[in-house]
Design a protein around this ligand. Structure first.
Ligand code: BYC
Length: 475
């Protein structure tokens, strides 16, 4: 079946470019998982009745022209398995196996670690769809609604990507893990999702934009490190997922841009910071949402010192961000690295063996990338003539994983005792009143070309269509 020059065959029940038709056992196993996925999608996926949505679907994995746009009814979206093309002669880029040919099968000694990484990655994908389930009821425009559905179907496809690896390379355990990915649910008290941020509700569209900016960006960095993996099928699947991921972060970046733009407009128009009565979201509420989503996303990188990450790196399972472009020995046997720590109960920095500090290293790259968003949003404020600025909170703020989980700190990094933290919490994180207020603005606007009053329209539409295009049609 499949590929001529990376093209995907949609004649198959499960579209793929991995030669599924030549492996009947695997094909049957995945075909028996497919109805369970569809059932999960019906139970947990987007909740809005519609006629069709203008969506992109992957049609090839090559460099140019990988996506095709068309109108689709969501449950009929063709979720498939797409790996980037194999790079001939690829060798392991780092760790103890550096220079050896990459692996097409899972080495026995790394089986459980690799399975764990794939399961954790796979668990986040359906989690985000569950978190966003109700947002279709309140989108500010058809353009935004379409973007939500696009993200949801692609997160569904990313789940397929990990399920393929579990079925194809991990035998019975892999099939059990694939089933379990549909049994855990975001926020469930009995069977929650694995990582903290994926059990938090995404209750409104400001939260959605923040999530797609900050949490999807963790996805970018984690997928970037797994793309370096010596296990070639994992590397190739992450490579292709990163292509889709770029649009998710675009939705977050421009979504926050548009909220800030509208807020600044209303502040100028009414000459006040408190624009609630004019139907806008005040800057301090935006800052508290930002504080929350940034801090829970920092937790996703794990502890500053971790024997897990040292093991992953040395074994060649998970590299560093842009590993191959780095100019060091790619083994880090004798190097040291500075990581965050608590010294006498205060945030400080200590040196540890570099391999154990790689979670912090990745988090550092991530924080630098997040700064770009802040610069953009502050430019929007500046251009509108508003003096106030948004800022990333201190890394000790609101942490539940790593060294800083042991203390409370303000967004400025000042350490607070428990009582003071409780007293001042609502200054820093979205309060009940903030959530209720933002919730009250969330009224759907589903006429082509119209938009809710709390957010500015986008500058460009999708695939050369304007903002007025009817991206979603209803029955
Ligand atoms: N919540 O040694 P440690 C995405 C656990 S997002 C709960 O410090 P390690 C997406 C950890 O599992 C990208 N538990 O850290 C975005 C470990 O448990 P075990 C997702 C946590 O293992 C938006 C223990 O604490 N992909 O794609 O070096 C929409 C000690 O951990 C948390 C990945 O994360 C937490 N926040 O690193 C859709 C990549 N943090 O094993 C999708 C795969 C840590 O002792 N995962 N723990 O029982 C990994 O690389 C690593 O598992 C982590 C943790 C980076 C998450």
């Amino acid at each position: 079946m499949t590929t001529t020059a990376g093209r995907i065959d949609y004649g198959e029940r499960i579209p793929n470019n991995v030669g599924l038709a030549d492996d009947r056992r695997l094909q049957r196993a995945l075909e028996s998982w497919q109805p369970r996925f569809l059932q999960w999608w019906r139970d947990m996926g987007p909740e809005l009745p519609h006629r069709d949505v203008y969506l992109r679907t992957a049609v090839a994995v090559g460099r140019d022209g990988w996506a095709h746009f068309d109108r689709v009814v969501l449950p009929e979206y063709r979720w498939g398995i797409f790996l980037a093309e194999r790079e001939p002669g690829r060798t392991v880029g780092f760790g103890a196996h550096q220079g050896e040919p990459v692996w097409q099968q899972v080495p026995g000694e790394y089986r459980s670690e690799l399975r764990r990484l794939i399961v954790v990655q796979g668990d986040t994908e359906p989690a985000s769809v569950e978190q966003q389930r109700h947002l279709g009821m309140t989108a500010p425009s058809l353009y935004d609604l379409r973007n939500l559905f696009q993200i949801n179907v692609e997160e569904g496809r990313h789940l397929w990507a990990m399920v393929y690896l579990l079925h194809a390379y991990f035998g019975r355990d892999g099939r059990d893990e694939a089933d379990a990915l549909l049994l855990r649910n975001s926020g469930s008290s009995d069977a929650p999702r694995i990582l903290g941020a994926f059990n938090e509700p995404t209750a409104d569209w400001l939260a959605f934009y923040m999530f797609t900016y900050f949490t999807d960006r963790d996805g970018k960095f984690q997928l970037g490190t797994l793309r370096e993996s010596a296990f070639d099928p994992l590397s190739r699947t992450c490579e292709f997922m990163l292509k889709e991921e770029a649009h998710h972060m675009f939705v977050g970046t421009t979504g926050v841009d548009r909220v800030v733009e509208r807020t600044a407009q209303l502040m100028r128009e009414h000459d006040t910071d408190d624009i609630r009565s004019h139907g806008g979201i005040p800057l301090d509420v935006i800052q508290r949402y930002l504080n929350f989503h940034f801090s829970v996303s920092l937790d996703l990188f794990g502890g500053e010192t971790s024997t897990n990450v040292a093991g992953y790196f040395t074994a060649g399972l998970k590299g560093r961000w842009q590993e191959t472009r780095r100019k060091d020995d790619h083994r880090l046997v004798d190097s040291l690295i500075a990581v965050d720590s608590l010294v006498d109960g205060r945030p400080a920095s200590i040196e540890v063996p570099a391999v154990t500090g790689l979670n912090q290293e990745l988090r550092r790259e991530y924080v630098q990338d997040c700064e770009n968003g802040l610069n953009r949003w502050n430019r929007v404020l500046q251009e509108a003539g508003v003096e106030r600025r948004l800022a990333l909170p201190h890394q000790a703020f609101n942490r539940h994983v790593g060294a800083f989980a042991a203390i409370h700190a303000t967004p400025a990094g000042e350490v607070l005792d428990d009582a003071e933290w409780e007293r001042r919490r609502d200054e820093f994180l979205p309060s009940r009143a903030d959530l209720d207020f933002v919730g009250s603005l969330m009224q759907p606007v589903y006429e082509p070309g119209r938009i809710a009053g709390w957010v500015a329209p986008p500058r460009v539409g999708i695939n050369d269509h304007g903002f007025e295009y009817d991206y979603v049609r209803f029955a």
